[in-house]
Design a protein around this ligand. Structure first.
Ligand SMILES: [Zn+2]
Length: 152
């Protein structure tokens, strides 16, 4: 599988360190490790904003699709279209659907068919794979609308 953004392991490691990502971010995103439940920094974050790939900044989720699944990992009912690629994962004696960043191939987590309506999906993510940007101006990458500018 080839992704638009390609880096060596050493380059990813250096980039994540430079960004101040948590220490386990490298193992999670590049080696498909899973953080322990209830330990991720975004599991109980409910602020408005957007969630990006910690490796490449690709917009993955809006906070409006985040919900409390009670599973110990940040969970979303919907991904930004085209942001995530799904791969059949047969590791650990299970058949699951792995989710990776469509831009850089970073492992994000898995998607399960037991989420809330209307999608019925639960994107079960590692906090270590995500980078949260708060505020409306970060949402969907849209430019902020400021009506006051007209009167200035
Ligand atoms: Zn990425």
């Amino acid at each position: 599988m080839s992704y638009p953004i390609q880096k060596t392991e050493a380059e990813w490691k250096a980039l994540l360190a430079e960004k101040g990502a948590e220490p386990r971010a490298f193992e999670v995103t590049r080696h498909a490790a899973t953080e322990r439940p209830y330990t991720g920094k975004y599991e109980q974050v409910w602020a408005d904003g957007s969630y990006h790939c910690v490796c490449c900044g690709n917009l993955l989720f809006s906070s409006t699709t985040k919900f409390d699944a009670g599973c110990g990992w940040p969970s979303f009912s919907q991904a930004v279209p085209g942001a995530i690629e799904e791969i059949t994962d047969r590791s650990h004696g299970m058949v699951r659907t792995e989710t990776v960043c469509a831009q850089c191939g970073a492992h994000l987590g898995h998607v399960f068919p037991d989420g809330p309506a209307p999608t019925g999906l639960r994107y079960c993510m590692n906090s270590a794979s995500l980078d949260f940007a708060s505020g409306d101006d970060a949402r969907d990458g849209a430019a902020p609308v400021n009506d006051n500018d007209k009167n200035a």
